[in-house]
Design a protein around this ligand. Structure first.
Ligand SMILES: Nc1ncnc2c1ncn2[C@@H]1O[C@H](COP(=O)(O)OP(=O)(O)OP(=O)(O)O)[C@@H](O)[C@H]1O
Ligand SMILES: [Mg+2]
Length: 255
């Protein structure tokens, strides 16, 4: 039986998509049968896995709209063990709202996850920022969750909210386990960033915080611009090594 790992955060721009893509690639490279699912109508996964070429490939939104079948929109990638399900055709703000309402009102997400689990997939889900209907649906049907936290002042401010939302979701879905908060974009030589990281370590119970932190690196930015996960683009870069270490830890933990 497979399992579902959601990457969620209250705040935007903290490294959710980067984390979801890099973990998916690192785990698939280890031979884990992995399905990366983008439920964020912004559709950033498509850029991160190099599918940003001409035209928008269909995805989840198209299945929800009833124009495509699920089996036709799960895409192969250059990694043999990695498949992706993109957000699909959602373009402007009005459509984002329709999409959110459709996801929230449809049993499809739960059905999709349980089908993928039945086929032995590790499903990694990239979510939109915040605690909207889509994220709540994802949490209702996940077994694991990771919360990226960008190492910047006030980082912890929104963390209490997301941790509370995860606790609430676990009431209806007792299988849900918070694997940990992941510090991202930590800057080695930056006193503020280091102070925030230290503060987060002081404030959160140690079992809730991954010891591995993701450094902010140029290679991560270059990889993103090149439409590739940093673990494939620059495997020796410190951020790539950190994601690989985290994937090793999770591989052992995600049964
Ligand atoms: N370790 C890193 N080093 C340098 N830049 C990074 C790193 N991780 C992420 N970034 C950059 O930070 C920006 C935000 O990252 P990302 O898109 O993964 O965040 P997100 O939480 O998914 O954002 P959103 O909430 O908008 O979906 C991107 O430009 C990304 O390339
Ligand atoms: Mg994102």
């Amino acid at each position: 039986m497979g399992t579902v790992l959601a990457v969620v955060s209250q705040k935007g721009g903290v490294g959710k998509t980067t984390t979801a893509i890099n973990l998916a690639c690192a785990l698939a490279r280890r031979g884990r049968k992995t399905l990366l699912v983008d439920v964020d109508p912004q559709g950033a996964v498509r850029h991160g896995v190099g599918l940003a070429g001409a035209g928008q490939p269909p995805g989840l939104a198209d299945v929800l709209a009833g124009t495509h079948e699920l089996q036709d929109v799960v895409l192969a990638t250059p990694l043999p063990w990695l498949r992706v399900l993109l957000a699909g055709s959602v373009s402007d703000a009005a459509e984002h709202e329709t999409y959110q309402a459709q996801v929230a009102g449809s049993p499809m997400l739960g059905e999709l996850f349980s089908r993928a689990r039945g086929r032995g997939y590790l499903v990694i889900v990239d979510t939109p920022p915040g605690l909207g209907a889509v994220t709540r649906q994802v949490l209702a049907h996940s077994q694991h969750v990771i919360v990226p936290l960008q190492s910047e002042p006030l980082a912890l401010q929104t963390t209490t909210q997301i941790l509370r939302a995860i606790r609430d979701a676990a009431v209806g879905n007792p299988a849900l386990v918070l694997d940990g908060v992941l510090l991202t974009m930590v800057e080695e030589g930056n006193a503020v960033s280091q102070r925030v990281a230290g503060y987060v370590r002081d404030q959160l119970p140690p079992e809730l915080l991954f010891e591995t932190v993701i450094p902010r690196t140029m290679a991560s930015i270059e990889a993103f611009a090149a439409g590739q996960p940093v673990v494939l683009h620059s495997p020796d870069d410190p951020a790539a090594l950190a994601y690989t270490r985290l994937a090793d830890l999770l591989d052992a933990r995600l049964s």
